[in-house]
Write a protein that binds this ligand. Sequence first.
Ligand code: GLA
Length: 380
Amino acid sequence: MNLVEPADDSQIARSLPTAFLEAYGAKPAFVGRAPGRVNLIGEHTDYNAGLCLPLALPHATYAAVAPRADGVVRARSVQSEEGFEGRELAPGRVAGWPAYVTGVIWALREAGYDVPGVDVLVDGRVPLGAGLSSSAALECAVAVALAGLVGGVPPEAMVAAGIRAENEAVGAPTGGMDQTVSVFARAGYALLIDFDGGPRTQVPWRPEETDLTLLVVDTRVSHQLADGGYAARRADCVAAAAELGVPSLRHAKHVERLPYNLQRRARHVVSEIGRVELATSALAVDDWPEVGRLFTESHASLRDDFEVSCAELDVAVDAALAAGALGARMTGGGFGGCAIALLPTDLVDTARKTVDAAFAERGWREPAYLLAVASAGAGV
Ligand code: GLA
């Protein structure tokens, strides 16, 4: 199986400082680590003041940092030739992947932290562009490493800096789910996040104790450049809330009063928030078939009402269900990226073969797979 294994932390703890020494001629002061994520349920709800239930993957990004006395920032990556060197970090001044790094430094300084010039070396082990939040992993790995340099940054401020980097420095209009889970996740738990100013709750997620596995299918397609579709859906939600006279769709009632297109968007958001509540209740009593059923219902809503799925995601979901999954759905922003399937562990191989065959039959590239074991959030 085309399985993407997580990196071995202890191996990175040896290799990254060595690579840093080669790149910059000195040892790093701190190495930050922050994970990618899959969202179990609650999709396109974060920017609607809704609920979502993501977990952190064992796949993470690592950032090694050392302070510089001259105020210069340098950013390099193990994976890329492209890098950055300069002092001007404001939004619009840095292009490409280094903008995630410089965006976090800029945002922390804006928040009042005295971040010095730094050398940064990144080792990214979250698959890129797969909708598994490699960008949030990068932001949070940098934030947690810089927190070491400035003598501590509260986790909320790290999350906020990651979100500002993403929204303002990179210009991607995403919600806050990815950074929140990357920082606050705990091994063995999913994180219930209430974006209406409510609490963050650790929800036990241990399907392996019931011989179940959460399989991630990476379709390896991405149909929307620069998140145009994502921004359009977000705009639809803002328009629907305005039309209903509510501050956000979290508080929407009577969505049937909306024009058809906005009605479908709002119906997805409202029903999806309800499914997060139901899934959380089902998990509390180990009702895994119900969790699976809610996953599949979520997928139908994202496909038909919110229209952010695509042929590859639909085929992956249908094939996983045909192979015996309790439930399956696209995860993340959509328009490509990944699906998740909750499977009896002894059916994982069958499911993978069924998905592979369905892709091959259509002449599509072979998908990749990850095992989503609920893992820890950011740390040094
Ligand atoms: C992307 C965004 C998140 C969230 C999801 C959809 O992953 O980064 O903030 O909106 O899409 O649930």
